[in-house]
Ligand binder design. Structure first.
Ligand code: SAM
Length: 298
């Protein structure tokens, strides 16, 4: 056996269970995790582990976790398999998944090991790590595209990014001209990753990353708030969005399944927001709303 072995765990997993399993494998010590959706195949999760992990114990832990999910009523996942990889295979498999990606008209999201041809685009360098927001997920892509289009119309002096993850939206906003971005996440790993990515993109002076709950900020009067969270969070946070935003300010919400979008827009309507635009990327809707100017409010 080569001394430079890694383990690769592969398991087919229904979308509903993917986030839970991803967190679980990070906790088991994964070095990298990718969720793959290939045409004509069930989605699968691939996770890479160092040789110090005991392969059989890893497989058993994942099987047990999936059994627990089944008991909770989640659809069945496939059988986990763990195979050995040479170190170069692991690096190649990991890197092959993260390619530079053009987004909208002006952005290019790239991992740090790539030196892509920019063709005049603004490069956002993101280290694919534990935090959500490598730029590959359709909800991130939708938010980036709408954010870029909003900022093409007018660049606000500051904004709040709720659930910043890797910091990708906050960093994109800063690189597109916003001079002050407050980036918030309740996961310490995400905050650490957002700070590292902000440094990588040389926008530390513009992006302030803080650990905290999206519903517990003191801020108000923001001209723009972006939040790529899930529908349940948007419904819970609707009154807070109204508090954070200045009258007439814009709210960009991601992480909404297409079928939930009308319900989210209607719920936000009850808090003084009007829908301005929406876009769907692979089943995920991004909603752009405006908070009513004061004179329109009851
Ligand atoms: N903004 C990134 C993007 O667009 O790719 C990451 C979005 S990811 C879907 C959601 C992030 O929100 C995660 O990093 C999660 O830790 C964070 N989050 C979830 N609920 C939160 C809350 N109540 N307060 C703060 N952060 C939260």
């Amino acid at each position: 056996m080569s001394s430079s072995r890694y383990w690769e765990l592969t398991v087919e997993i229904p979308e509903e269970a993917s986030e839970g399993l991803t967190n679980f494998v990070w906790e088991l010590g994964a070095l990298g995790v990718v969720e793959e959706e290939l045409p004509g195949r069930r989605p699968r999760l691939r996770a890479f582990f160092p040789k110090t992990v005991v392969a059989r114990a890893l497989e058993e832990s994942v099987r047990e976790y999936l059994g627990g999910l089944r008991e909770l009523g989640f659809p069945g996942a496939g059988e986990p398999s763990v195979v050995a990889l040479a170190s170069q295979d692991w690096a190649d498999a990991w890197r092959a998944h993260f390619r530079p990606l053009s987004v909208g008209k002006r952005l290019l999201i790239a991992p740090p090991w790539e030196r892509p041809r920019t063709n005049g685009r603004v490069v956002i360098t993101i280290e694919p790590g534990r935090a959500f927001g490598t730029g590959q997920h359709p909800s991130t892509l939708g938010c980036l595209e709408r954010l870029e289009s909003l900022l093409a119309r007018t660049v606000p002096p500051w904004l709040i990014d709720l659930g910043t993850g890797s910091g990708v939206l906050a960093i994109a906003a800063a690189r597109l001209g916003v001079v002050r971005v407050l980036a918030v996440d309740d996961d310490p790993d995400a905050v650490a990753s957002a700070m590292a990515n902000a440094a990588r993109n040389r926008v530390c002076d513009r992006v302030r990353c803080i650990l905290g709950d999206a519903g517990a900020l003191e801020e108000s009067g923001a001209p723009l708030v972006v939040a790529n969270l899930l529908t349940a969070a948007h419904l819970r946070l609707a009154p807070r969005y109204a508090r954070y935003l200045a009258p007439g300010g814009a709210l960009l919400l991601g992480g909404i399944l297409d079928a939930e979008a009308a319900g989210v827009a209607a719920a936000l309507g009850g808090h003084g927001f009007a829908s301005r635009a929406s876009m769907s990327v692979e089943g995920w809707t991004t909603l752009e709303l405006a908070r009513a100017p004061l004179h329109d409010r009851a």
